[in-house]
Design a protein around this ligand. Structure first.
Ligand code: FMN
Length: 137
């Protein structure tokens, strides 16, 4: 992603990791629609991140300017295509973890979060973040 700061002050990067329950029977087309629209919007809003879909759950990592990020989180809470949105972690970062991705998408064909957590015997939030960073989508 290009540097939005003209080389002046370092960019302030907020992040949020949440989990939600996907609406049952969501089709691949519906999910592609979400990803396409998200990538377009995120480019405009200077947000980056990833969305992982597995076993009826979404895990999404979003990062970028905090104000824009929190505005999007409000929209996401109102989106009826998923339920029970639970923020697992949020805060500030020294730099983006997904600078090249407006919205990377993965599902269990790219890597299984559930298997990964079981193998590590650790389902901490940090471990979920590590999985999202290391998986090859
Ligand atoms: C699981 C999930 C992830 C989403 N991720 C994003 C996202 O990263 N960026 C985004 O703009 N909208 C995302 N959306 C859609 C928003 O909830 C909302 O519908 C959209 O931002 C409205 O934008 P529009 O007015 O351009 O349609 C997501 C929706 C779901 C269900």
């Amino acid at each position: 992603m290009r540097d939005m700061n003209n080389g002046d002050a370092p960019e302030e990067v907020g992040f949020c990791l949440y989990r939600s329950v996907a609406l049952p029977h969501m089709t691949a087309d519906e999910i592609s629609g979400i990803i396409e629209r998200s990538a377009e919007n995120n480019r405009r809003m200077e947000l980056t991140g990833c969305l992982h879909h597995e076993d009826g759950l979404f895990f999404q990592w979003l990062e970028g300017p905090p104000i824009v990020l929190f505005r999007l989180l409000d929209k996401l809470r109102d989106d009826s295509r998923h339920l029970d949105m639970t923020v697992l972690d949020q805060g500030k970062l020294p730099r983006r973890l997904f600078p090249d991705w407006q919205m990377r998408y993965s599902d269990r064909t790219a890597g299984s979060l559930m298997d990964w957590l079981q193998r590590r015997d650790d389902s901490s939030v940090g471990s979920i973040g590590t999985f999202l960073r290391e998986i090859r989508a």
